[in-house]
Design a protein around this ligand. Structure first.
Ligand SMILES: [Zn+2]
Length: 376
């Protein structure tokens, strides 16, 4: 059966690497790929209105099922017309399964084939998340793309533990697919397998049999060296179907986005631009700036000449002052700047792939950052 709610078309592939330029059509709009999704953890991207997020160039936003399920709760979100109605964001939304937070927030009580039992970090109540429950919540949230529930293991872990989590993740993916009720929501499956290439490949093959409309790579960028992540991407992306969108979860730094794109990744998300922005760090074409530094005190220049964001209408000196004085405008302005920077980086990548020039673009970005190009 075809997937009427999601259409993915590849417009071009770079002749010198696996970078792809595509268009992802979803119920709430069109997304140019490769794309970066800002993270709206609890119904907003911290500090920014939906209009401000849109003005950075974002075409799709991510929502966190775990946080929204606890507060305000899926039925409250449904009452407001889903996450789109609640946030007044009328463009595509992807929601995660909630699993990553359950496994990483230390509230995990019990893990069985049925699902995970955990303690809410808000009021300590005992709750259960199963594949069926995760999908039911995501259907109430009304996202365009839902993620399947997977078993997340920290790295490093023994190989047998990674294997068993991968196998359970495949069984849970099948249950997620089986229980889907929402006619316009597409589910993405998640490739697991840690840093074990053969387990990753086996996972890709078994998930492909279930025929999902898109595939994510999970369990990377969890503390391993970047070179390890690139090694896995290089080994596994060639075996993933070329026809469907590929999403590298929770990644990452600007250089990780370029490396991911080079290996044929279409979608990314990360809290880094907003989290670092709140900590006075600005990403720029010429590398990061730390706005609390004294060197910026009397500086009239904007963070980045030519940047169309809200922050770059002001001087570095003013933004530094806002952070030193702990004014909330500082974090807001830098979040807007960093998201704008990420979107400009992706727009540049899209343009470069279309022109068959992605490798040049990538090299030039590293040069301007004054960073060494990864040799892999
Ligand atoms: Zn800016």
């Amino acid at each position: 059966m075809s997937e009427p709610s999601l259409k993915f078309e590849i417009l071009s592939i770079d002749p010198h690497c696996s970078a792809r330029r595509g268009v992802l059509t979803l119920p709430h709009g069109v997304v140019q790929t490769p794309t970066f999704m800002p993270v709206g953890t609890r119904g907003c991207v911290k500090g920014l209105t939906a209009e401000q997020v849109r003005s950075t160039g974002a075409e799709i936003m991510l929502g966190n099922t775990y946080h929204l399920a606890l507060r305000p709760g899926p039925e409250v979100v449904r009452h407001f017309g889903g996450l789109h109605g609640l946030m007044r964001w009328s463009y595509p939304i992807l929601t995660d399964s909630g699993g990553f937070q359950v496994f990483s927030l230390h509230g995990l009580l019990k893990l069985t084939e049925e699902g995970v039992t955990f303690r809410s970090h808000i009021d300590g109540s005992k709750l259960q998340l199963t594949p069926e429950r995760s999908i039911a919540i995501q259907e109430a949230l009304g996202s365009d793309i839902a993620m399947v529930l997977d078993e997340v293991v920290g790295l490093p872990s023994p190989r047998e533990k990674i294997r068993s989590a991968m196998e359970r993740s495949v069984r849970w993916a099948a249950r997620c697919k089986q229980c889907a009720q929402h006619p316009y929501q597409s589910q993405f499956a998640i490739v697991q397998g840690g840093l074990e290439v053969d387990l990753r490949l086996e996972c890709i093959e078994r998930l492909a049999e279930l025929d999902f409309p898109g595939y994510a790579i999970g369990g990377l960028s969890v503390g391993e060296p970047p070179a390890e992540m690139y090694r896995i991407l290089e080994a596994i992306t060639p075996t993933m179907t070329t026809q469907k969108p590929r999403y590298l979860m929770g990644v990452g730094r600007p250089q990780d986005l370029l490396e991911g794109i080079r290996y044929g990744i279409d979608m990314f998300d990360c809290v880094m631009p907003t989290r670092n922005g709140r900590n006075a760090m600005a990403f720029t074409t010429h590398g990061p700036l730390r706005l609390r530094n004294l060197v910026h005190q009397l500086d009239h220049q904007p963070i980045e000449e030519g940047c169309p964001c809200l922050a770059c209408r002001y001087s570095r000196g003013y933004i530094r002052h806002l952070f030193i004085a702990e004014e909330m405008l500082g974090p807001i302005l830098l979040s807007h700047h960093n998201l704008t920077y990420y979107q400009r980086l992706m727009a540049g990548a899209c343009e470069a792939i279309a022109a068959g020039q992605f490798e040049n673009y990538r090299q030039k970005c590293y040069q301007r950052w004054n960073n060494a190009v990864p040799t892999m």
